[in-house]
Design a protein around this ligand. Structure first.
Ligand code: TYD
Length: 135
């Protein structure tokens, strides 16, 4: 199974301001069908708290910082994102939440699927059962 990993995105340094981009290839091996972003998160709030059956995603802290907490069915790990040239690649079937948002944090998510409510697994015990069944 694929593992969650940090991806260094291209960074074009320029005195006028830096530029980064994401395109297919260069470590990103799925087609994006959707982009969404999370912003204006009140202090202490937690987003996510679910897994996706099919959706893969790349999460970038476009502004500010936040933590992405991932559980693979066995262990939990935490990625602190605070650079707009670093992407976190999250394969399907990871339980994930996003927390510790700083003021003005903007989380951009590139998703491999369009929005489908049925793709969500929102019960952690159900997630563990499905994960172990397919292990
Ligand atoms: P949700 O994915 O549950 O947010 P989070 O994982 O950050 O807690 O989505 C919150 C609401 O937004 C939910 O009612 C579905 C809706 N939504 C869309 O309509 N389209 C989308 O692309 C996303 C991500 C969410």
């Amino acid at each position: 199974m694929n593992e969650a990993k940090l991806i260094q995105l291209p960074k074009i340094l320029d005195e006028r301001g830096n530029l980064s981009f994401i395109e297919k290839g260069s470590g990103i091996d799925f087609d994006f069908k959707r982009v969404y972003w999370i912003y204006d998160v009140p202090g202490g709030e937690v987003r996510g708290g679910h897994a996706f059956r099919e959706q893969e995603e790349i999460i970038v802290a476009l502004s500010g910082s936040f933590d992405v907490v991932l559980h693979d069915g066995i262990t939990e790990c935490r990625f602190s994102l605070n650079r707009s040239f670093i992407g976190l690649s999250v394969p399907r079937m990871y339980w994930r939440s996003m927390q510790n948002f700083s003021t003005n944090a903007v989380a951009m998510v590139l998703a491999s699927t369009i929005y489908e409510e049925d793709d969500y697994i929102t019960d952690f015990e159900n997630y563990l059962q499905l994960k172990n069944k397919n292990a």
